[in-house]
Design a protein around this ligand. Sequence first.
Ligand code: AHZ
Length: 310
Amino acid sequence: SKMASVLTQTSESKLDKNNIGKLNLSNGSADVVENYEGQYRFAPIQEAQVSRAMIKRYFEAMYDRVVSDVVIVGAGSAGLTCAYHLAATRPNLKITIIEANVAPGGGAWLGGQLMTPMVIRKPANRFLQEIGVPYEDEGAYVVVKHAALFTSTLLSRVLAMPNVVMFNATAVEDLIVKEDHAGQQRIAGVVTNWTLVALNHDTQSCMDPNTITAPVVVAATGHDGPMGSFAAKRLVSAGLLKELGNMRGLDMNRSEPAIVNNTREVAPGLIMAGMELSEHDGRNRMGPTFGGMIGSGIKAAHEAIRVFDS
Ligand code: AHZ
C-alpha cells in the first residue's frame, strides 16, 4: 500500500524540513482509528522523526537556557515550591531547574520512613490550596493522603509554566564565580554535566562540563548526601564560606521557622533554600514535616525577585 511504502523509506524527502514534527503523508490522520476491539491504528511515524522531535527541542532549550534569569539547583520540595512561586509571580523570568536525579522530587515522594502520608504544618497548607492538593485538616497541621500527590501535583504545575525549563539527570558540579568591580566575589551561574557523566569523573579521563549563566542562582540541594548540600560545600572549598554549620539534631518547632526565616542570599547572587540551609547555617532538622520546605521555597522566590531586580 501507499502507506507501507512511505513507512519503509526514511529519506530526507519524506520528512518535512521546515517542521520536523510533521510527516509528509497526505493520508496521515485519516488512518487514525481509536477502537479497542482490535482496530486501534496509530498515526504513522518514522523513527527519524522521534529522534529529531527530542533532539531539536532538548538542544534548543539548552541553547536558549545557557542564558537564564534564575537557575534553581535541586527539584525537591523546596526547589519546586520556589520554581512555582517564582514562575507564577514573574512569568517573564527565564527559570531553569537543574535536577541531578532522573526523577525530580527529592525526598518528597514519601512522608517519612517509607510511609506515604505527608504532614504539613499550618499556615503552609495555604500553598496546598493554591496548587490544588486536597488534605485532611487536623487543626494545627494537615495531612495529604500520599506525599506523591503533593509532589506530582506541584511538579505538573511547575512544568506546565511556559517560562520554566527543567533539565533532570543533570548535575550542577560547580558554580560560576565572578569578581565585580569592587573586587567582590559574585555567583553568576552554574557549571553542569549530565549526572551519569559527573558520576564517572574518577573512571574516565577529563570530561569537561557545560555552563549556564544567570544573575541569580537558588541552591536547594538538600542536606548532606552523595550530591546534596552541593553549593554550601562548594562555598567552603572555594573559600567563600569559612566552614559549614552542619545540620543539627531534630527539633520540629525550632527547625521549620529557622529555615524559612533564614532563607536568604547567602553569597552575592546565591540564594539558599530548604535543608541545604541547615548545613550552611547549622540548623536543626525537622524530620518528616514539609511546611518549612514550602515556606522556604516561597521565601527563596521572593529573594530571587529582590536580587534580580536590584
Ligand atoms: O537530587 C537532589 C534532590 O532532588 C537534588 N540535587 C542534589 N545535589 C544536586 C546537584 N545538582 C543538581 N549537585 C542536585 N541537583 O536536589 C534535590 C534536593 O531535594 P531534597 O528533597 O533532598 O531537599 P529539600 O531541601 O527540598 O527537602 C528536604 C526534605 C526534608 S529532609 C528532612 C530531614 O532530614 O529532617 N526533613 C525534610 C522535610
